[in-house]
Design a protein around this ligand. Structure first.
Ligand code: ACM
Length: 548
């Protein structure tokens, strides 16, 4: 059956002649609470099979072997939670049960995998029968946060590509899309009260090609943004697939696009911010926000509109890579430090983030930020995305803060996935499919109480070197399939004890699913000709990554 991510428990019986078959006459019977998942399943399977898969009542479905039944199961919910599911396929039909709607949705996803790779196509291609082996599956995820970061600032990804990416996430039972909406190189979310953020901030004149040391440019202008209605659609589309979209507005660094739109947001007593455009380089940028009351009010205004669109409990406010030179040179920033009785610029950043932590908490939301927010003191309710290795996450979890583990040494999927000359614009350490499969999100040094603060894990896709969805496909897949198994399945905690050979065997089937979905993954033998970028300079690091 070659399921990915691997379920916790599978009982496969000897092949029976009565193996279940999806037919033109098959009907789908769903509980009241199961109608949404039934609609999703019918829409996907009708497209792939050409069958209408008419609705019937669960009672009718229970009486017919030619049916798929979808139910919510209170007991499963009580015992294993809302994301747990059970599938039974036998002579009496196919029965899918979820602890809650998310669990039922994951049952439907697994059921689609059981039907074979052609079930991932949008139209029927053969008259092959749609058989499912007799099987019983019990499954539930290891982590509640199974995330992916998509950087839509460095390269804008059209809405249709984001919706497609959500489908790919859902097929892997991933449930958090962290949308990196703002950065130096582009502001991608419409804010009605500050129209220049997108009129000016969403567009750049040109882009750097490859790593900055090569100083090579493409003079083709780049840009784009999502209207609030686009984002509402993305959020609703994600919700139907039981994915939460966590928006990121990156503060107080990574803000040149906002400063280009509203120069008064920058350190005007240090630099002529009116002369700044949206940044056309990659790298860490010295042009950071000032810390005036006006700037606080400005971003409260931005966040009010962000909260209108995104129901997510967590809101990501960045906090990473904020150079402090301008604050050190700025009389206004220095006066602020004095006035607030702070020790230094680190504490100034901490104060700034704490302000928004409190502001979000008053509105029933929670702040999450990159692990730099630990420097100068962590805001009381804040959660941490641990990216510079495990250390930030370990410190935060020990201090009782929630953590999402996404160490760059393991799960930055912009990093190259093989050694050699052929990888396009090679960045970072070599992180193969096997390396990702052997990533363990919970460091062994954590005791149980601290480990309970690891909400889960996230793979990050930074797009400086990914121009479009085809490039994103190449770097994301197949490694995101291995990551999904790390986040979902009950793998041995000791990475060395994991059965990578078994995973690779299952990947043979999974590649066929990805083919049917039209995913341009990296083939095991290497990039195809158009996936290479000969001559474009990257920034590969030598040797294995340092211990983290
Ligand atoms: C990051 O990679 N700067 C969070």
């Amino acid at each position: 059956m070659d399921l990915i991510p691997a379920p916790n428990h599978v009982d496969e019986w000897e092949p029976h002649e009565w193996t279940f078959q999806l037919r033109p006459t098959t009907r789908i019977g769903a509980d009241q609470g199961a109608q949404g998942v039934a609609r999703w399943l019918r829409s996907e399977l009708s497209a792939a099979t050409g069958f209408t898969l008419d609705a019937c009542t669960p009672e009718q479905a229970n009486r017919s072997a030619d049916s798929v039944t979808l139910v919510l199961d209170e007991r499963l919910r009580a015992e294993r939670g809302r994301e747990a599911y059970r599938i039974t396929v036998d002579v009496y039909g196919a029965r899918l049960a979820g602890g809650g709607r998310p669990g039922l949705f994951y049952a439907a996803q697994t059921f689609r995998q059981l039907l074979g790779p052609a079930a991932f196509r949008r139209a029927p291609i053969t008259g092959e029968p749609w058989r499912v082996p007799s099987v019983s599956i019990e499954d539930a995820p290891r982590f509640g946060w199974r995330g992916v970061l998509l950087d839509v600032s460095r390269h804008f990804l059209p809405k249709s590509d984001v919706l497609r990416f959500l489908d790919l996430m859902a097929a892997h039972k991933l449930n958090v899309l962290h949308l990196h909406l703002t950065d130096d190189q582009g502001w991608r979310i419409e804010i009605e009260r500050y129209p220049r953020l997108t009129e000016v901030g969403a567009w750049r004149e040109r882009s750097m090609v490859g790593f900055r040391a090569a100083d090579r440019r493409d003079d083709r202008p780049h840009g784009g943004y999502y209207t609030k209605d686009d984002l509402r659609e993305i959020v609703a589309y994600a919700a139907k697939r039981h994915i939460t979209v966590v928006p990121e507005i990156d503060l107080p660094g990574h803000s040149q696009a906002a400063i280009a739109a509203y120069p008064e947001l920058g350190n005007t007593d240090v630099v002529d911010t009116a002369a700044l455009g949206v940044w056309t380089d990659w790298g860490i940028n010295p042009n950071v926000l000032n810390v005036s009351e006006r700037t606080l009010r400005f971003f409260e205004g931005v966040l009010e509109e962000v909260l209108e669109v995104f129901p997510s409990r967590f809101v990501h406010l960045g906090g990473d890579e904020c150079p402090k030179e301008q604050w050190r040179a700025s009389p206004a920033a220095q006066a602020r430090i004095k006035e607030l009785g702070l020790a230094d610029e680190e504490e100034l950043q901490s104060w700034f983030i704490r302000h928004f932590d409190g502001w979000l908490a008053e509105r029933g939301r929670r702040l999450i930020g990159w692990d730099e927010i630990l420097e100068g003191g962590l805001a009381p309710g804040a959660a941490v995305s641990s990216w510079r290795g495990y250390a930030g996450g370990v410190a935060a979890a020990r201090a009782g803060h929630d953590v999402v583990m996404c160490p760059e040494q393991y799960v930055y999927l912009d990093h190259r996935q093989a050694p050699g000359e052929d990888e396009p614009i090679p960045v970072g350490y070599v992180r193969t499919l096997e390396d990702v499969y052997r990533f363990e999100p919970v460091p062994a040094e954590l005791d149980n109480a601290a480990a309970a603060h690891i909400l889960g894990t996230q793979a990050n896709l930074w797009t400086e070197f990914m121009d479009d969805a085809r490039d994103v496909d190449y770097r994301a897949f197949p490694r995101l399939a291995a990551f999904a198994e790390v986040a979902w399945s009950d793998l041995p905690r000791d990475p060395a004890a994991r059965d990578f050979a078994g995973f690779q065997r299952r990947m043979a089937a999974h590649y066929r699913r990805l083919d049917a979905l039209g995913v341009e993954y990296r083939r095991p033998e290497g990039p195809r000709p158009w996936q290479r970028r000969p001559g474009v300079v990257g920034r590969p690091s030598d040797g294995p990554p340092p211990a983290v």
